[in-house]
Design a protein around this ligand. Structure first.
Ligand SMILES: [Zn+2]
Length: 234
């Protein structure tokens, strides 16, 4: 195939632009700011889920505390009633003795219930402390992920701007090259012959092939024997 030297140089430029595009796309996928943002998001979600679970646990415990309080209250009322009856000396001696017995067991019951209530309250305090710690970690990772998002978006603006410049240059360049040559390029790509090497596959070309390549007329489109790329002698 024949192509003007100018066209061959243009196809080489096309290859450079496509390499730059691929590199920028790869950069977008592996942007440290984007990876950091993703990691901070996972951390934030972990602490948020733990905090929500702790809040559910606390709300269940509040129900337990309320029940324990009302149990204690009920027993306290019965104790009050019995004490009033004893103080008033109402009833037969046998009835008064029964009331005294009842008071002893009621007081024991109250102590028991108060202990249960106290234990639940201590547990609730522990959960409240845990919620505070989890909320602090949550807030820490929210601010980290927000900062990472800002950094990521700033980096993307630069990359996308470069991508657009390259796309514009390519769109302008492409129609100025012979169709046969761009068809060949789209299939196999293009590379420069530099220091006896194909810069596409980076393989050294043996001395015999190299002298044949150099002997070809400038308008003859050369190809790399290894990777089949268009080999531009420039
Ligand atoms: Zn090659």
């Amino acid at each position: 195939m024949q192509a003007s030297v100018d066209n061959q140089l243009k196809v080489l430029r096309l290859a450079e632009l496509d390499l730059q595009t691929a590199a920028l796309n790869q950069k977008t996928r592996t942007l440290p700011e984007a990876i950091a943002h993703h990691e901070f998001t996972l951390e934030f979600e972990k602490y948020r889920d733990l905090r929500i679970a702790a809040e559910t646990e606390l709300s269940d415990l509040s129900g337990e505390i309320n029940r324990a309080e009302s149990d204690v209250e009920q027993v306290a009322k019965r104790i009050e009633k019995d004490e009033a009856r004893l103080n008033a000396g109402q009833g037969t001696p046998k009835e008064l003795e029964q009331t005294q017995h009842e008071l002893i067991s009621l007081n024991a019951r109250r102590a028991e219930l108060e202990e249960v209530e106290l234990e639940v309250m201590v547990r609730a305090e522990g959960i409240k402390d845990r919620i505070k710690e989890l909320s602090a970690s949550e807030a820490e990772f929210i601010s980290k992920l927000e900062a990472a998002a800002v950094a990521r978006d700033a980096a993307l603006v630069v990359i996308n701007n470069d991508l657009k410049l390259i796309a514009d240059e390519r769109a302008e360049l492409f129609p100025t090259i012979d169709k046969a040559l761009t068809d060949l390029y789209e299939k196999f790509g293009a590379a420069k012959l530099k220091n006896g090497q194909c810069t596409g596959c980076n393989l050294a070309i043996n001395a015999g092939d190299l002298s044949k390549l150099n002997a070809l007329p400038a308008e003859e489109v050369a190809r790399c024997e290894e990777c089949r790329r268009i080999l531009v002698r420039a």
